[in-house]
Write a protein that binds this ligand. Structure first.
Ligand code: G4P
Length: 528
């Protein structure tokens, strides 16, 4: 393999969590370990403030800042780590789902007090679609959380994810004394605000050693012995291949804010997390080790500030070597393109780069040539599969307020939906244009951008739909009949695929039951 050395030193991943579980704090600790930032608090400023939800321009401003940290690259023990940031704000969930198509593994943060939350479930569903390897970090052990056995059971059950504890906590809340590393057989004693080099770790090969009683007291020592015996009996050794196949998730306990248990997590991550792997395309399996370059666009960020109206397409390199100023083949528009200012994202600053390797993410200035899922190659025509669109959750009719600007409106809507801001459906029979988004905020963004960038005025009328399902069937006549009978609820997506817009779960289930010849899908693959 020509680029074996570069490929094998890269780990590209994302930290995901329900808002407030501690994703930002953990990200920051990772960057501190990697030497990419010097002080705590540096990442915080990039976080979309939870309370600024009503002012989308403010959120966009903050999102603008966060573009610089969309990908944070740092080195740790000779490894090059690409940490892809995902927006914390739920209205940008679709951005997060797409980012997950560009990573090789994830770290899932769970709040020990709240356990599994709504967003945790949805994120895991997306991970499961690609069998993404997951490591779980149970955070906030310094707070009185749920019983740890109950918590593990809850996670396993709710996320259908078999777990494997790597460390085990000694109490929680004010009685939290630390964690025992079941793998290294060492005891890590809890102190608040631990600095990387100051961790108080004691090797305890044999848990019957009296040192354990001295360190944590007799009562907790005997509890730990009991717990450890139980865990070893149930779980045994971690099977790394099962983790890589997405079948089991190693679990760590800690406290991100106190930098406690984070190093154990990072060290194990480095040891077991996958390096970039081969990927399926519409034509063939693409080996990561191939000499020729290929990559795909998984996210497009447009700046709303009229003074800096730039657009950045985020490209994940999948094989070969990406080089600055070299011509590449844009498969969808069948055009050769070169990039004179591609940049990488070294924490907090954007740098022009000369080249990039599999696992890396490159930022490309875009003047409207890209849409999500686009592929660049050295000439071959194919697309990467497994880049889905998800059903929106809010649907509104797009109403043109200025008939003189119909063309501009159409162009604007087409471009914005290419960027992935929203999805566009056209009702069958009528010509009603329906915009579907994951969050209310997107409607404001669309209205604002259509006016500012395309001079088109529009308004939205609420529609009573709750989910879009893509329809397929081996029986074309049945599908056609269904679409005709359900005209009010039928539409086609931007690529002409038929879609059923359900008013409620009850209606949806009824239709699924009544139409066994039709398959209802909650996601649609951009390229199959
Ligand atoms: P997020 O990105 O997942 O949304 O979470 P974030 O890291 O911002 O953490 C959410 C809140 O939880 C923050 O407090 C953070 O300080 C706190 N936190 C993170 N890790 C721990 C931990 O191990 N223990 C405890 N007790 N708290 C933790 P905040 O008050 O919302 O924000 P801030 O004022 O501290 O910035």
């Amino acid at each position: 393999m020509k680029y074996e050395k570069e490929i094998n030193r890269r780990k590209t991943f994302a930290i995901i969590s329900h808002p407030d579980a501690g994703k930002t704090t953990l990200t920051e600790k990772f960057l501190l370990f990697g030497g990419a930032i010097q002080t705590a608090g540096a990442v915080k400023s990039n976080k979309i403030k939870k309370h600024a939800t009503s002012d989308f321009m403010e959120i966009e401003r903050q999102r603008g800042i966060s573009v610089a940290t969309s990908v944070m690259t740092f080195e740790y023990h000779d490894h090059l780590i690409n940490l892809l940031d995902t927006p914390g704000h739920k209205d940008f969930a679709e951005d997060t789902y797409r980012t997950l198509t560009a990573v090789d593994s994830v770290v899932l943060v769970i709040d020990s007090v709240n356990g599994v939350e709504a967003q945790t479930r949805r994120l895991m569903e997306v991970c499961r679609m690609r069998d993404t390897p997951v490591i779980v970090f149970i955070n906030k052990m310094d707070r009185d959380g749920k019983n740890r056995f109950d918590l593990l059971e809850e996670i396993e059950k709710e996320l259908s994810l078999p777990l494997h504890p790597m460390t085990w906590p000694i109490n929680s809340g004010k009685d939290f004394k630390g964690v025992y590393n079941l793998h290294d057989k060492s005891l890590l004693l809890f102190t608040a605000n631990t600095k990387a080099e100051e961790e108080d770790s004691v090797v305890i090969e044999d848990l019957d050693d009296k040192v354990l009683d001295e360190k944590v007291g007799e009562k907790d020592a005997s509890q730990l012995r009991e717990d450890a015996e139980l865990i070893e009996g149930v779980y045994g050794e971690l099977n790394v291949q099962n983790y890589l196949d997405g079948k089991v998730a190693p679990v760590f306990f800690g406290s991100a804010i106190n930098n406690f248990g984070v190093k154990e997590l990072l060290d194990t991550f480095i040891r077991i997390a996958p390096v970039p792997r081969s990927r399926e395309t519409t034509k063939r399996m693409l080996s990561v080790g191939e000499d020729k370059f290929s990559g795909f666009v998984f996210k497009i960020h447009a700046n709303l500030d009229p003074k800096h109206r730039d657009r950045i397409a985020f490209l994940r390199v999948c094989s070969g070597r990406f080089e600055r100023n070299k011509y590449y083949h844009h498969v969808r528009i069948d055009k050769e393109m070169r990039f004179s200012n591609p940049y990488s994202f070294l924490a907090r600053s954007k740098d022009i780069i000369e080249d990039a390797y599999p696992g890396d993410v490159v930022g490309l200035f875009d003047t409207g040539n890209f849409k999500i899922g686009d592929t660049l190659t050295e000439g071959e025509d194919f697309y990467f599969t497994g880049i889905p669109s998800f059903s929106p959750e809010i649907f509104k009719e797009l109403v043109n307020k200025d008939p003189m600007k119909t063309k501009q409106l159409e162009k604007g809507v087409s471009q914005l939906t290419d960027e992935g801001v929203a999805q566009l459906f056209t009702q069958f029979g009528g010509n009603k244009k329906i915009i579907g988004c994951v969050g209310e905020l997107q409607f404001e963004v669309i209205q604002y951008r259509l006016l500012q960038e395309y001079g088109a005025a529009c308004e939205f009328r609420a529609l009573p739909f709750y989910k879009a399902c893509w329809l397929t069937s081996n029986n074309a006549a049945k599908l056609e009949d269904f679409l005709r009978f359900k005209q009010q609820n039928s539409a086609e997506d931007k690529d002409g695929h038929p879609v059923y817009l359900a008013q409620s779960e009850w209606f949806l289930n009824t239709e699924i039951q009544n139409n066994p010849d039709i398959q209802f899908h909650f996601t649609s693959e951009i390229h199959k």
